[in-house]
Design a protein around this ligand. Structure first.
Ligand code: 76R
Length: 254
């Protein structure tokens, strides 16, 4: 089941059924094999141990085929794992990304560039955007030490109903958001995946960082940004340590 645009994304959280795990010494290997076989089929997965009692173990799995992702989910169900939470989303392009006209206007007003120089800068810009968009829709998950995941929505309660704002206002507000975000380049890799109509919130936010302080800082700073301050509504937050799958299952007693 291949969506017409974007990849499927599953965030899966489990607690270990200790009694069943004791009777099933091969369970850890089956989980590790399930991850390896998913990856061999052209999908990606991150395994992580979860801090706090919301879960023991988590996986973020993504790739082109929803049926293949469901098979992975089903393979994990044969292990002594009790599901505690899950989230379903698709990678997507943003409707607020700068257009060529936006960039042309920015180059004129902010950089004072015209003519051939402007056209040359636009060629570079187009190439960078093509890469950027490709990465957004078909992300390659980097390996970072920490993962944060939470679902969120935009508020729909008057007078702060995001969906009643004009496109130009939403775009301006998202521009401010992106400016804050870009100051975290190098510290944070973010994946915003769309789940409107697919799961209980509108987006899944996945943050990857080597330093957990970066997870805390970015969310804190964004709370002061108008989009999050006025319109952000948040679900549960999960924080995990990303490990090789074999280490992750061993750490939780599988
Ligand atoms: O097109 C782009 O990706 C560039 C601009 C951009 C958009 C459109 C962007 C940049 N984001 C966009 C969309 Mn984001 N983002 C979040 C959160 O905790 C919170 O308050 C919010 C959770 C974080 C931490 C974050 C980080 N972003 C979105 C959307 C969809 C909105 C819509 O369509 O209505 C959501 C829900 C969302 C939420 N954002 C960035 C970041 C960072 C770090 C960046 C800079 C990325 C970069 O330039 O590489």
């Amino acid at each position: 089941m291949i969506p017409s645009e974007g990849w499927g994304v599953l965030h899966l959280f489990y607690e270990v059924d200790r009694d069943a795990a004791e009777r099933d010494p091969n369970a850890g290997k089956r989980v590790v094999d399930a991850v390896a076989s998913l990856e061999a089929d052209g999908h990606q997965a991150l395994a992580f141990v979860v801090l706090g009692h919301k879960a023991d173990l988590g996986f973020m799995a993504l790739g082109p085929d929803l049926a293949r992702l469901q098979r992975f989910q089903q393979e994990l169900r044969t292990a002594p794992l009790r599901p505690t939470y899950s989230y379903v989303s698709l990678t997507e392009l943003s409707e607020y990304t700068s257009t060529e006209d936006d960039e042309r206007a920015r180059l004129r007003t902010e950089e004072g560039v015209e003519g051939d120089e402007l056209e040359a800068k636009l060629v570079v810009w187009r190439d960078r955007m093509a890469h950027y968009q490709e990465h957004r829709i078909h992300p390659q998950l980097p390996r970072k030490a920490c993962i944060g995941f939470y679902p969120m929505s935009k508020r729909r309660v008057a007078p702060d109903n995001w969906y009643e704002l004009a496109f130009a206002d939403r775009k301006r507000l998202m521009g401010g958001h992106a400016r804050v975000g870009r100051t975290y380049a190098g510290r944070i890799v973010q994946l915003i995946t769309g789940s409107t109509g697919l799961d209980d919130w509108e987006w899944g936010v996945t943050l990857l960082a080597d330093d957990p302080v970066a997870l805390k800082d970015i969310v804190m700073e964004m709370r002061f940004d108008e989009v999050s301050a006025r319109f952000g509504e948040f679900g549960p937050f999960y924080t995990g340590l990303v490990l090789d799958p074999a280490d992750a299952v061993a750490r939780v007693g599988l």
